[in-house]
Design a protein around this ligand. Structure first.
Ligand SMILES: Cc1cc2nc3c(=O)[nH]c(=O)nc-3n(C[C@H](O)[C@H](O)[C@H](O)COP(=O)(O)OP(=O)(O)OC[C@H]3O[C@@H](n4cnc5c(N)ncnc54)[C@H](O)[C@@H]3O)c2cc1C
Ligand SMILES: NC(=O)c1ccc[n+]([C@@H]2O[C@H](COP(=O)([O-])OP(=O)(O)OC[C@H]3O[C@@H](n4cnc5c(N)ncnc54)[C@H](OP(=O)(O)O)[C@@H]3O)[C@@H](O)[C@H]2O)c1
Length: 262
């Protein structure tokens, strides 16, 4: 393998799940000795890198979907990726299969974690589009830590039904949470029974999300994490601000925080 860039370690693809054309998950193992223990905090992202046809490393950020863990000598990472036609890295990731090499960044980062949620929060709302559901699955895997909340609401907005990924995992988590976890799928470009239609900001403002989740929105109890498409993040911020919610800052507790994927 060409010399590994600083801040990366060689990993191996262990498993691949294809959810739909262009939408897949990669399970990657990398030497645990290259990472802190645990290797990351639920909700964080790391980087993946692959060499392109010009022999250059192409690297991008990807959130971990799994619960932080180490198996034997390996740190375990799971990533959910959508392949962007003409994208620089995702078509290369899309070619990976079990046994292939991929570089993993050794410095996981990001503040969309449970520690950053204000202590006063009773209901944690996780609003995602597309692959933005990934870090929320990782957070939800921390079942014990999440017991501090009365309710957890996972909202996943996608274009088509086949992009509603990790359904079996979500069903298992709902059982583990014994009623605390509510799952609200939104499908925008098909009519799907059991899913809301439209978009997150509109469903927030009309009360559709609160009704579907059976969890009221209140300034006292609700905290919102937003993740995925930056246009969704922008419009949802506007909607939340119009509803009286404030951006969360470390120096001044507020009601929402976000991570843009591009
Ligand atoms: C903190 C962070 C975490 C991220 N986590 C993930 C993740 O878990 N899974 C993931 O697939 N991507 C994630 N991304 C996006 C990822 O880093 C790449 O930008 C993406 O995979 C496209 O890479 P590319 O080289 O193929 O496309 P590029 O050649 O860089 O083209 C970028 C264009 O692709 C589109 N795009 C980028 N990311 C997405 C996306 N996730 N969904 C839909 N359209 C997109 C946008 O139009 C963007 O302008 C994350 C980004 C950040 C900043
Ligand atoms: N080649 C292919 O066949 C193929 C297939 C799938 C994806 N892709 C690639 O993947 C990318 C799309 O990924 P994705 O499906 O995760 O994309 P997305 O465009 O981020 O759509 C995900 C969800 O976000 C919603 N959304 C978009 N803008 C919003 C806003 N301003 N406010 C609130 N919600 C908003 C969408 O609603 P709306 O539907 O109303 O916009 C949709 O429900 C594309 O850029 C494309 O390159 C390619």
């Amino acid at each position: 393998m060409k010399e590994i860039p600083l801040g990366f370690v060689a990993g191996t693809v262990i498993k691949r799940i294809d959810w739909a054309e262009h939408l897949f998950s990669l399970h990657v193992h990398a030497p645990a000795s290259a990472f802190p223990s645990p290797p990351f905090t639920a909700g964080q992202f790391s980087k993946l890198a692959v060499r392109n046809e010009n022999d250059e490393w192409v690297r991008r950020a990807y959130s971990m979907v799994n619960k932080p863990c180490i198996e034997g000598d390996d740190a375990v990472f799971e990533f959910l990726v959508i392949e962007i036609p003409d994208g620089k890295l995702t078509p290369l990731l899309g070619d990976l299969k079990p046994g292939d090499d991929v570089l993993v960044g050794t410095l996981p980062a990001g503040f969309m974690t449970l520690d950053e949620v204000p202590d006063t929060t009773k209901d944690l709302w996780m609003l995602s589009t597309g692959t933005g559901i990934g870090p929320f699955i990782s957070i939800l895997e921390e079942v014990e830590q999440c017991q501090r909340f009365d309710h957890l609401v996972l909202v996943h907005a996608v274009r088509t039904q086949e992009e509603l990924v990790y359904k079996d995992k979500i069903i298992d988590l709902m059982k583990a949470y014994k009623g605390k976890l509510r799952y609200v799928p939104i499908v925008s470009r098909e009519s799907v029974s059991g899913a809301l239609s439209g978009r997150i900001p509109q469903q927030l403002q009309t009360g559709g999300l609160a009704t579907a989740a059976h969890v009221p929105l209140t300034e006292q109890n609700s905290f919102f994490y937003l993740c995925g498409n930056p246009n969704m993040v922008h419009d949802t911020r506007d909607a939340l601000q119009q509803m009286g919610y404030k951006k969360h800052l470390r120096r001044e507790a507020g009601h929402f925080s976000f991570e843009n994927y591009w």
